[in-house]
Design a protein around this ligand. Structure first.
Ligand code: PNS
Length: 164
């Protein structure tokens, strides 16, 4: 049984992430979405909120689980018996960073393979950072994230229906 991990901060989960989750869940036996708990980095949503938002959107995918980790990805992968890392590649600008992480992880554990999925063209510009930037000014984020997240994201910036 091939278990893969799709790691990331998911702060918040976007349509781009969901596209990668849906597609990669079809090519592995089990997919664990590994939410990074990085205490050094201030996130918009707490770890619990990020995990629960992803669970909310993946209930229909039977081979997908959501977990969280702190520390090194390779250590978490040992814990959950995963040997494949899934990452999305949006543009050539992602490539250098992603190649470096993939190679470093492979040096740490040669059983690990990283599989890159090219993002759907509709989402090639999209990132959690873009969502936060638009949301912080009350901009339209309906094409970026699932509808049920929209009010929760604006609320983090104290933006209500009247102020956007
Ligand atoms: O999509 P993101 O949020 O940039 O994800 C980055 C992530 C979580 C894949 C990467 O930062 C990571 O694996 N962090 C855990 C710590 C680690 O293993 N570092 C070594 C590889 S950079």
């Amino acid at each position: 049984m091939k278990t893969a991990i799709y790691p990331g901060s998911f702060d918040p989960l976007t349509f781009g992430h969901l596209d990668i989750i849906e597609r990669s869940s079809k090519i592995v036996d089990k997919l664990v979405i590994g939410v990074l708990n990085n205490s050094a980095k201030k996130s918009l949503f707490s770890l619990e909120e990020r995990v629960s938002m992803i669970k909310e959107m993946t209930t229909s995918l039977p081979n997908v689980e959501v977990g969280s980790f702190e520390g090194l990805l390779v250590d978490y992968m040992k814990e959950i018996n995963a040997t494949i890392i899934i990452r999305g590649l949006r543009a050539v600008t992602d490539f250098e960073y992603e190649l470096q992480i993939a190679q470093a992880n492979s040096v740490q554990n040669s059983d690990i393979e990283t599989i890159f999925l090219t993002t759907n063209l509709n989402y090639s510009y999209l990132s959690s950072t873009i969502v936060k930037e638009f949301a912080s000014y009350g901009g339209d984020i309906s094409k970026f994230v699932p509808e049920q997240f929209i009010d929760r994201i604006y609320a983090k910036y104290n933006i209500t229906k009247n102020t956007r």
